[in-house]
Design a binder for this molecule. Structure first.
Ligand code: PBG
Length: 326
């Protein structure tokens, strides 16, 4: 035994103090972005069945949701709207009195220091549930850009601090950048869902946002999950087109992509910890099969380790409290 040589890695794990000293990555409250779902109507606070703890709220309940967030120390929110009225081209998405526009104005007034991110897409607003507009049964790229740009400008007009386009049409970042600039919003950054896979992990979100496509699927615009080089092409295009942040979505099954995008671009990278990832942990925790807090903190920290600067997560408020407890 005496002449055995090997490395003693356990020296740096011997005490909690030493382990803390050599910890390489940590989750900060500043990293967390909380998604909220707002809808028309009064006195509505409806739990999403497949996402326990996540609520759709009407505007009269919005400030109390925001209070929860602000008092936990979370600094930013991404707003999704569930409109009353849907039509072919998703006109509520860009209406001045659209649900998201109203919510943004309300949050801005009541919580001026919160950073408000607007999700910019058409799927919740179109009667067919696709993220772009349809011509001859096809989701058309270039005409969709006009609607998306109008939506982004209306959200910035309402007071959004960051525009987050998620519809995966080619050129959406370029179109929105130009639209924002022309409308006098040169200083409003774009957080682009540059790398968005056609994922089965979005299922619970579609329940929450009533945004399932009524025909077909999203495979002609969202990416094919096996593809890595395509993710880099998407990220490079978006950087060229003027994206200020790059989102990779979903997060957990795509941490390799988070890492590569981080290394290939000099932009802040955002991992979107999506609804299905949330639902799985909730379900397992409800059964007593896993320790919810430990699992959530481990997975969020693993996203940081993979290279995410920011994380969109339905666990943002809980995680902020757990950071305080640590
Ligand atoms: C809308 C949008 C989706 C999500 C965010 N924005 C759903 C989709 O593309 O079908 C998914 C979020 C989640 O699952 O948490 N374009």
């Amino acid at each position: 035994m005496d002449d055995l040589t090997f490395d003693r890695h356990r020296r740096l794990r011997r005490t909690p103090g030493i382990r803390k000293m050599v910890q390489e990555h940590a989750l900060r409250k500043e990293d967390l972005i909380f998604p909220i779902f707002v809808l028309e109507g009064k006195e509505i606070k409806k739990e999403v069945p497949s996402m326990p703890g996540v609520y759709q709220v009407s505007l009269d309940h919005l400030n109390e949701e925001m209070d929860r967030l602000v008092s936990a120390g979370v600094l930013s929110v991404i707003v999704f709207g569930v409109p009353e009225h849907k039509d072919q081209n998703g006109s509520e998405a860009y209406a001045q009195e659209g649900i998201v526009q109203k919510a943004i104005r309300q949050i801005k007034t009541a919580f001026p220091s919160l950073t408000i991110i607007a999700d910019t897409c058409l799927c919740q607003y179109t009667d067919h549930g696709h993220c772009g507009v349809i011509e001859d049964g096809i989701i058309v790229n270039d005409s969709s850009l006009d609607y998306l740009t109008k939506t982004a400008v209306s959200q910035a007009d309402a007071g959004a601090d960051i525009i987050a386009p998620s519809n995966m049409m080619d050129g959406f970042t370029a179109a929105i950048r130009q639209g924002l600039d022309d409308a006098g919003h040169k200083d409003i950054p774009i957080m682009s869902y540059s790398v968005k896979f056609a994922s089965a992990f979005y299922g619970p979100f579609r329940d929450a946002a009533h945004s399932s496509p009524s025909f077909g699927d999203r495979n002609t615009y969202q990416m094919d999950p096996p593809n890595r080089l395509e993710a880099l092409r998407e990220a490079h295009s978006d950087v060229k087109e003027g994206a200020d942040f790059i989102i990779v979505k979903p997060a957990l099954s795509y941490l390799d992509i988070v890492r590569e995008v981080k290394e290939e671009t000099a932009k802040p990278v955002v991992a979107y910890n999506v609804s299905g990832e949330y639902a799985m942990i909730k379900a397992a925790a409800a059964n007593g099969w896993i320790d919810e807090k430990e699992v959530v903190m481990e997975k969020l920290t693993s996203m940081k380790r993979a290279g995410a600067d920011l994380i969109v997560t339905y666990y943002a408020i809980d995680a902020a409290h757990w950071i305080d407890e640590a």
